[in-house]
Design a protein around this ligand. Structure first.
Ligand SMILES: Nc1ncnc2c1ncn2[C@@H]1O[C@H](COP(=O)(O)OP(=O)(O)O)[C@@H](O)[C@H]1O
Ligand SMILES: [Mg+2]
Length: 367
């Protein structure tokens, strides 16, 4: 296993950082400071180096410090003693540029393999209670960074789906011929089938990690597992094309496509019961934490290095037992970044953490 960490980060005109260079610890880095001081911005910068884009927003423009016209994020990486650099710059006129060791890099999978990260936000804790979209996103976010093919299928599927839905509405409103749907259906099936297969395979791979982490976190022996809710299979029709045809009139009436991977869900189960209705709030949170840690372990397994953990403000949402559980599992992985408004929320068990005080876009290391 390669031991990877970010040793240095440079931010220039990024969000509320005008010019800052920080040296990090290879283990646990605690960023603390008031709300709005710039803690999440640091994690976002690391996330951008890892994925080539922010997971928070879609417009790179918003990342530039107000009244400036370009930003730069640069990270110095250390992998088993070997140094490398990764950098992302964005210029209002010239657009975005990603460099790895000074060379342009456009393949998001390659970038992610060099610097894998897993983010953990308070809203993730509501994964079980929230809508299916969040749970699909959990799967898609993993798959798009480890498979260029999946990313491509997903993009194409969304475009075809959009076109098909437009056409469904036009058929209803303007009385266009229904035959025009055939070619969209074929493409939808082609990409949709592949997306579903990838998701099944991923779930198969992370299943064992989920149970193991749950037992450690919750300190109890309930069985935790999941089921992929496939809207195609649910309709009792194993043939995608036949099902789309069967649903055609209904889809036209509604103006959207009712079956396919864009409607699927991930059902979480505890002792074979639906966690959503059966598990307590605390159990639900343990399941989500275990699921996220399963993501971490799975990525470590396939990439040969621990992803860097970005824990944004999650401590305040957890009770003491789960805080300790999370911290003790996080300690077994690679480099960790953890933000908090209350230093006291970080358990003592953390041991050798390095603390950084953040105030209004300035960072002070507290040794
Ligand atoms: N493009 C930008 N230019 C300047 N300041 C920004 C920009 N985007 C966000 N900010 C500032 O960053 C701060 C929020 O930072 P954030 O990291 O989310 O804080 P927190 O410490 O609460 O996580 C706010 O003060 C906001 O005004
Ligand atoms: Mg924040």
């Amino acid at each position: 296993m390669i031991f990877l960490f970010i040793s240095k980060l440079l931010l220039s005109n990024f969000r509320n950082y005008e010019k800052t260079t920080i040296s990090f610890s290879s283990n646990i880095n605690v960023l603390y400071g008031r709300n709005g001081s710039g803690k999440t911005n640091v994690l976002e910068a690391i996330n951008i180096l890892s994925r080539g884009k922010s997971q928070r927003i879609t417009k790179d423009n918003e990342l530039i410090m107000l009244d400036k016209d370009a930003f730069l994020i640069k990270g110095l990486l250390n992998s088993n003693g070997y140094e490398s650099t990764v950098q992302c710059s964005y210029n209002q006129g010239k657009g975005k540029k990603l460099l790895y060791n000074g060379q342009s890099i456009t393949n998001s999978k390659e970038l992610f393999s060099q610097l894998p990260t897993v983010s953990f936000l308070p809203e993730n804790l509501d994964l079980i209670k929230g809508g299916p979209e969040q749970r699909r996103l959990f799967l898609d976010d993993i798959l798009v960074v480890i498979s260029v093919q999946y990313k491509d299928y997903l993009n194409r599927y969304s475009k075809v789906l959009y076109q098909r839905n437009q056409l469904l509405k036009d058929i209803r409103k303007k009385g266009l011929t229904k035959d025009a749907l055939d070619s969209w259906d074929n493409q939808l099936i082609y990409y949709g089938d592949r997306i579903i297969k990838y998701r099944y395979k991923l779930l198969y791979e992370i299943r064992p990690f989920l149970q193991k982490n749950y037992v450690k976190l919750a300190d109890s022996e309930e069985t935790v597992t999941f089921q992929y809710t496939n809207t195609l299979a649910e309709q009792g029709e194993d043939q995608y094309d036949k099902l789309l045809l069967k649903k055609r009139e209904e889809d036209i009436a509604r103006g959207y496509t009712s079956v396919g991977p864009h409607r699927d869900d991930l059902l979480l189960l505890i002792n074979q019961q639906k966690a959503r209705s059966f598990a307590s709030q605390g159990q639900q949170r343990s399941i989500v934490l275990a699921l996220k840690l399963a993501e971490v372990e799975y990525l470590a397994k396939i990439l040969g290095r621990w992803p860097i953990l970005l824990l944004d403000d999650v401590m305040s949402e957890l009770d003491v037992q789960r805080r300790m559980g999370l911290v003790s599992l996080a300690k077994l992985t690679g480099q960790v970044f953890l933000t908090t408004t209350e230093k006291d929320h970080v358990p003592e068990e953390l041991g050798s953490a390095t603390y950084f005080f953040i105030d209004n876009g300035s960072i002070q290391r507290k040794d």
